[in-house]
Design a protein around this ligand. Sequence first.
Ligand SMILES: Cc1cc2nc3c(=O)[nH]c(=O)nc-3n(C[C@H](O)[C@H](O)[C@H](O)COP(=O)(O)OP(=O)(O)OC[C@H]3O[C@@H](n4cnc5c(N)ncnc54)[C@H](O)[C@@H]3O)c2cc1C
Length: 341
Amino acid sequence: MTESSGNADNYNENSYDVVVVGGGAAGLSAALVLGRARRRTLVVDAGEPRNAPSAHLHGYLSRDGMAPADFLAVGREEIARYGVELVRDRALTAIRDADLTPGAPGRAPGGSDLTPDGFTVTLASGRTVRARHLVVATGLRDELPPLPGLAARFGRDVIHCPYCHGWEARDLPTGVLATSPLSAHQALMVTQWSDDVRLFLHEVPESDLADEDRRRLAAAGVEVVPGEVTGLVVTDDRLTGVRLGDGTVHDRAVLYVAPRPVPRDELLTSLGAEMRETPFGRYPVIDERGLTSVPGLWAAGNASGFAEQVVNAASRGYRAGAAINGELLFADLDAKAAEPA
Ligand SMILES: Cc1cc2nc3c(=O)[nH]c(=O)nc-3n(C[C@H](O)[C@H](O)[C@H](O)COP(=O)(O)OP(=O)(O)OC[C@H]3O[C@@H](n4cnc5c(N)ncnc54)[C@H](O)[C@@H]3O)c2cc1C
């Protein structure tokens, strides 16, 4: 028996109490709780955290200003202390044991220890692992407007979130690239950080702005600029301007955009989790602990909701990890209690 698992002898090397897919703040936090609860846990991480383009992480009490890569490196060190395994790999498919038929392709290694609520997860490396519970903490992908040069500056002076970057961009000549009428809200929000804000309507017709937004934009002193944005002006690796289709250049040092969030929900949908559509993408229906509509299947972090910042994602992971430990404990005790005396 190892220090990290109360019942390791019952498992082969590819069987885990919990497999966590995604090693960002949510997944690592779930894994930390599970490791400390002596649960045999595997984290599968493809290594593409959402905030990778940023040099610094903000708004996480006690971690403000830390490099995102350093934050995750510390997290990985912490879970390793408790015997949690982490592999750099990608989970391609997950199947519920309940949906497997004996002898079918993809049948779990070990065969005989299938449980009604377990999962078999196939990784890109070809490895197949089993889990009694599965945590999907795969985050989301930000799809940026297809403007030349925009993606290269994302997370630097092209930013999306004033709570992440607003302080660093305070008082700068600021632009907001409209991608929908909702961008008016982003422009209004940004006025908390700069008095010099221009809303570039780009492909949004001015008539699509709500009357209430127009009034607020005027009250806030936001200049509304019609016309298509065709490019950025970059000088010495710094954003200095926004170019319109008519050739005019607006001096701007920072540009806010609203990327389209694309949750990485393939595992959740393929396992049949109930999903809900929101204006910011499709997310699973979960209870307050993170349990989806599928028994044993959990979601945390940006895979469970658009608004999860790093601290919230970590908190969601923690909650799911603690809840899973309780579920496993009581399931085992109930099974034991049901055994003939
Ligand atoms: C540019 C930028 C800057 C930001 N700055 C801040 C900030 O300053 N403060 C803040 O609080 N928030 C910030 N955020 C938001 C922050 O990135 C998210 O809140 C946070 O990353 C969510 O954590 P997560 O664990 O849910 O997802 P992620 O951090 O995205 O981690 C998900 C992980 O799962 C992996 N993965 C996905 N699919 C699979 C698969 N099938 N198999 C294996 N692994 C998989 C990914 O590769 C990734 O490593 C920023 C976002 C962006 C875009």
